[in-house]
Write a protein that binds this ligand. Structure first.
Ligand code: ADP
Length: 931
């Protein structure tokens, strides 16, 4: 073990679990050994060698005042950085670690986004039991806790808040699978923290200490899980020494019932805050964001990612948006005022952590100065009667004025950045300081004018008075006249062309100036710290004002977008319906000449099967439905002529395997996990969007799964559902399941040209676009004709057995065959593939499913129902290997036909190369399977 400075460094390093240590050595922070090499590599620092007792160690350093940006850069790359400061002791100095800067406790952030530190706790022995989650944004003092049902809820929450750092509790940290999933979902890092901090007793104590006994008891979280998570976060913030505990003034608990369940996949699919490609631009948030403050932007983002379920609150938000949308002038004035506001929540955290300088306090002052203007902005306008006025009334004008007054009296108008340079405070703020400053200035004045006086008094030329570190103040006389100096001059140094002298009086004045300088600096710093603490004590006020600014800003932003884009106020209802007249996609409408479409989902038709050729607009139509639902429950206007929106408890989506394959994240397994999650989570009050199901597997498997999922959603879950599928067979379900209806996106076809009309009409598509597009794409005529032949043949041969649904819906359903009825009155509709053909079809043909985006019976009415050969034993599971006897029609196996169909259907010009590659790979795999 090396001794000396490197030894000390290594000892300190052994004390901490941080990745890197920066140790103060005089005016520098130094990194040694491995750490030096790491920072040199990451941050382009120069490495030198430090020799210590015969060995030599790499060393890199940064000046004391420049540490922050280096630490920030390291932390943003995922390192935890310990900082050891030097302090005086009786026999010299020593060093200790004062802070560990981690991704979740980094105060100096470059952007406006919230920066969360999260802790997750799980019950010890339950595999997928409930969890507790705490989230703290150390940059604003925001603190949230919740508890939830299962892993998918947990992942949805984590995805939504995207914490910079996650502290897994004792049980979670050993769950490699869950941790792996969290790591995959998040950009942040995972840090292991003392298991003790998660213990219930200690956590409760920490919460009481922080938020007061009453808060802890009254927030309405009684599960130990959430409290334990909260306790761990508090412990971690304290231990890392971020110094922001005081800015965490309020504990906000939210429960399962407050928000719409929008799982991580759905947040991604709907491109709420970033596109599938990972860009902000083109997301819903970027499209509707017109906020003028950072806090407003954060809040709006939260509204969009956490839509609400309670109508009263949403109606109030909508009232406010409506009022603001209709009062353009008042809105503009309000936004102008808000635009001058600084980020008070962040400033409050900086004041409490001690890192706020005079300029930050000036920002506080200037923002508080806006309070009266904000409150008055609604006077005499239409907003007076709106909830906007109520929000503004929450401003504590008295307290704001008091704090503003104090800051205005105290702070100099143009203070320097550094806290130690003086000049922070205004004259007249403190009598003692003013006196010290006056004496100091006077003493300096004496020194400044000394040279002139000495010239005159002693008839000297070439006289200057200056000061440096070694000599202090001195009188410098040019060599030529140096022998003319008076007797009381004492020579202290000879230079090439001059000599330096001091006098008793100069020594005395020098001591005086230095004393005053120090006293002045100390007093000013002390007064400034008092002022900063005064502001820190009012952190809650700043957070309140900050919250009002954010809320008004977010509301005004929604209003601005609504007014500028002809959006309409949705009518919220508790009925189970979504009725949209001339709806548009909020993002696509910005860049396209958009064709509006109607949508109706209600008790009579709750399940729409959406068909149409590729690129016709199916996805857009379905996403637009989900986004209208989501916007309405965020309290926003919606892109439509009129919309009646029944509140949902969850929005679930899954999109085609191909889209995701292109991103390199999908396998058939992932697709099925997502489907499984939807089938488990969705309820009668949910909205479900399925954009292709079962595409990632062999055709028979795929159609079986899609079929069964449709039945289950319709019969059991009864969620409002939109389902786009290329399995045209599914359109037949409309004849058998009462609440299933078909819609299709219309195209016009003339002289071999297909024009996309983008209009959604009732009924299934009535054409085989697959073969048709193959033709258009120049697939050789013999192949196209042959495909047509095969298709016709298959149509003649196939039959679908669909046998009704749950009793209460069964009115027009299912050909009256009760064969599948089970005990509780639920009759299963079965698509039997066990024989390689549809149930009861003893004909030779195997089943064709046209994978090319839209096939069915040309007459558009679906299947010819055939008699059942009794209840089929199983659904699915038949691989194409188990084909019935080969007939002419089957010379190509169905999978190969499906692949050809899809191949000819691809629009090469419209498909991204990576997606093409993914598709080719998929085709190859499927062809491989078929053989
Ligand atoms: P599909 O899901 O049927 O393959 P998409 O929904 O992806 O089709 O739409 C294909 C293209 O058509 C998209 O680029 C989209 O911008 C455009 N589009 C879709 N719906 C409309 C519409 N109603 N009006 C105008 N353009 C539309």
């Amino acid at each position: 073990m090396p001794t000396g400075i490197v030894g000390e460094f290594l000892e300190l390093k052994a004390e901490t679990d941080a990745d890197v240590l920066a140790m103060q050595c005089g005016d520098f922070y130094e990194f040694f050994a491995d750490d030096a090499e790491l920072v040199a590599e990451e941050l382009d620092l120069t490495v030198s060698q430090k020799s210590s007792h015969g060995s030599s160690y790499p060393m890199a350093g940064v000046p004391l005042t420049e540490l922050t940006p280096y630490v920030k850069a390291l932390v943003e790359r995922g390192y935890r950085v310990a900082v050891a400061d030097q302090y005086e002791t009786d026999d010299g100095h020593a060093r200790e670690i004062t802070r560990v800067v981690t991704p979740g406790t980094l105060l100096e952030t470059a952007d406006d986004d919230a920066r969360y530190l999260a802790a997750v706790v799980r019950e010890e022995d339950e595999a997928d039991g409930p969890y507790g989650l705490a989230l703290a944004d150390v940059t604003t003092g925001r603190f949230l806790v919740t508890e939830g049902g299962d892993e998918s809820d947990l992942r949805a929450e984590l995805y939504r808040f995207d914490p910079a750092e996650v502290l897994p509790g004792p049980r979670v940290r050993n769950d490699d699978r869950l941790l792996g999933a969290v790591r995959e979902d998040l950009s942040g890092s995972v840090s292991v923290f003392d298991a003790e901090a998660f213990a219930p007793g200690r956590a409760k104590h920490a919460i009481r200490e922080q938020f007061g006994r009453e808060t802890a008891d009254s927030v309405g979280i009684d599960s130990d899980l959430a409290l334990r998570a909260a306790g761990a976060v508090l412990g971690y913030v304290e231990e890392t020494g971020a110094g922001v505990l005081a800015s965490m003034t309020r504990l906000t608990a939210y429960g399962d019932g407050d928000h719409v369940d929008v799982d991580a996949t759905t947040q991604r699919n709907l491109e709420l805050t970033e596109t599938m490609r990972g860009e902000g631009e083109g997301s819903l948030f970027e499209t509707v964001d017109h906020t003028v403050t950072a806090a407003g932007g954060r809040l709006l983002r939260e509204w969009l990612t956490r839509p609400r379920r309670d109508r009263a609150r949403l109606d109030r938000r909508l009232d406010a948006v409506e009022a603001l949308a209709g009062a353009a002038l008042a809105r503009d004035r309000l936004r102008e005022t808000l635009g001058e506001a600084y980020d008070l929540e962040r400033l409050a955290a900086r004041a409490t952590s001690g890192s706020a300088g005079a300029r930050e306090l000036l920002s506080v002052r200037d923002t508080l100065a806006l309070v009266p203007a904000m409150a008055d902005a609604v006077e005499g306008t239409a907003l007076v009667e709106s909830p906007v006025a109520e929000v503004l009334e929450e401003l504590d004008r008295e307290r704001a004025r008091a704090l503003h007054g104090e800051l205005a009296d105290a702070l100099a108008d143009d203070p320097p950045k550094a806290k130690t340079q003086g000049g922070l405070l205004r004259e007249g703020y403190d009598g003692e300081l003013d006196e010290l400053i006056a004496s100091h200035e006077e003493a300096r004045e004496w020194l400044d004018t000394l040279a002139e006086r000495e010239k005159r008094r002693h008839g000297l030329s070439h006289v200057t008075v200056d000061r440096n570190k070694t000599d202090g103040y001195y009188i410098q006389i040019g060599k030529s006249v140096a022998d003319q100096v008076p007797e009381h001059y004492r020579e202290i140094k000879t230079l090439k062309n001059s000599k330096r002298f001091v006098t008793d009086e100069l020594d005395e004045r020098e001591r005086e100036v230095l004393r005053l300088e120090e006293a002045r600096g100390e007093l000013e710093y002390e007064l400034f710290e008092e002022l900063r603490e005064r502001v820190a004590d009012d952190a809650e006020l700043l957070q309140d004002v900050g919250r009002v600014v954010a809320e008004v800003d977010a509301l005004a932003s929604l209003a601005t977008h609504a007014a500028g884009n002809d959006w309409t106020r949705p009518e919220l209802t508790d009925e189970r319906r979504l009725d949209v007249e001339a709806g548009r996609h909020p993002v696509v409408e910005r860049t396209t000449d958009f064709v509006p479409n109607d949508l109706r989902l209600d008790g009579e038709r709750g399940f729409l099967i959406v068909t149409g050729p590729n690129m016709s607009g199916k996805s857009t139509y379905m996403r637009q439905a989900a986004l209208i639902q989501l916007l309405a429950q965020a309290g926003s206007f919606v892109p439509a002529r009129a919309a009646e929106v029944g509140l949902v408890d969850g929005i679930y989506t899954r999109v085609g395997a191909l889209d995701e394959l292109a991103q390199g994240r999908s396998t058939f397994m992932v697709e099925m996990q997502e489907l499984s999650n939807i089938l488990h989570s969705a309820t009668e009050d949910s909205l479900v969007i399925l954009d292709e199901v079962g595409r990632g597997t062999a055709t028979y498997d795929g159609i079986s799964i899609a079929w069964a999922a449709t039945e289950y959603l319709h019969n059991e879950v009864r969620a409002r559902t939109l389902f786009a599928t290329h399995y045209h067979e599914l359109t037949a379900l409309a004849d058998h399941l009462p609440r299933v209806a078909n819609v299709h996106v219309a195209v016009d076809e003339r002289d071999g040209e297909v024009t996309f009309l983008r209009t959604v009409r009732d009924g299934p598509t009535n054409r085989s676009y697959g073969v048709h597009v193959a033709d258009l794409a120049g697939v050789p005529t013999p192949v196209v004709s042959r495909a047509d032949e095969v298709l016709d043949r298959l149509r003649e041969e196939k039959a679908i057995e669909a046998k009704g649904s749950r009793g209460r819906d069964a009115s027009g359903a299912g050909g009256g065959d009760p064969a599948g009825a089970d005990g509780d009155g639920t009759r299963q509709v079965v698509f039997d593939l066990s024989s390689g053909s549809f149930a009861g079809d003893d004909g030779a043909g195997s089943v064709e499913t046209d994978a090319a985006g839209g096939e069915g019976s040309r007459n558009g009415t679906g299947p010819e129902s055939a008699g059942s050969g009794g209840p089929p034993e199983s659904v699915g599971g038949t691989e194409s290997g188990e084909q019935p006897e080969t007939t002419e029609a089957d010379r190509l196996d169905p999978e190969a036909r499906a692949v050809i169909g899809e191949l000819s259907d691809v629009d090469v010009a419209e498909t991204a190369p990576v997606e093409l590659l993914a598709r080719v790979q998929e085709w190859q795999e499927r062809l491989g399977e078929g053989r």
